[in-house]
Design a protein around this ligand. Structure first.
Ligand SMILES: [Zn+2]
Length: 182
């Protein structure tokens, strides 16, 4: 079984990755565009919740700042435990974008990637991740155990050069509320 992506091995030294642990706040300032896309992610999360799915939404933006696609969680409605929006967008990126386009793209998401989606993000070679609420914040708010692994940790271990930005305190209360009012 092929467990690595031979197509796009840009970095072999995990220490070379720009991803850093992020549980307390964004390591890099968010731009106005970043917050606009995160707001869209939160809207998608609310749509998911209203449909009976877990409230997660994500947007994939290319290097020119144009949206490639968006997605929301459909685990319940699709009866598919892997129907996370970030996984959907990583798969779409691998089909529709070149490796260079993926490296220049940003994945925005209302909640930090789970390990499955972080791995998909790494395999897709998407160059940037921006999230609103961290997994640790979600676990603290809901009382449900998290994975204890940050997306940044996993992306660093992937050896990919991925910039990770988040969480963003500006969205904390709104996103937590979506998870608590289901
Ligand atoms: Zn996931």
């Amino acid at each position: 079984m092929n467990t690595t992506d031979p197509e796009d091995e840009r970095t072999t030294d995990p220490a070379a990755g720009r991803a850093t642990a992020s549980t307390d706040g964004p390591t890099t300032p968010l731009t106005a565009d970043d917050r606009r896309w995160l707001a869209r992610c939160v809207e998608l999360a609310a749509t998911a919740r209203d449909a009976g799915d877990d409230p997660f939404g994500s947007v994939l933006v290319d290097g020119t700042g144009a949206m490639v696609a968006d997605a929301r969680n459909t685990v319940a409605t699709d009866r598919d435990v892997t129907a996370h929006p970030e996984l959907k967008l990583a798969r779409l990126a691998s089909r529709q974008l070149t490796p260079d386009q993926r490296a220049a793209a940003t994945m925005y998401t209302s909640g930090e990637h789970c390990p499955m989606c972080a791995a998909a993000h790494a395999y897709a070679g998407i160059g940037r991740l921006v999230f609103a609420l961290s997994g640790a914040q979600l676990a603290e708010a809901t009382g449900q155990p998290g994975w204890g692994l940050t997306a940044a940790d996993l992306l660093v271990r992937s050896g990919r050069d991925v910039e990770v930005v988040g969480p963003d305190p500006a969205f904390h209360d709104e996103v937590v509320a979506l998870h608590l009012c289901g």
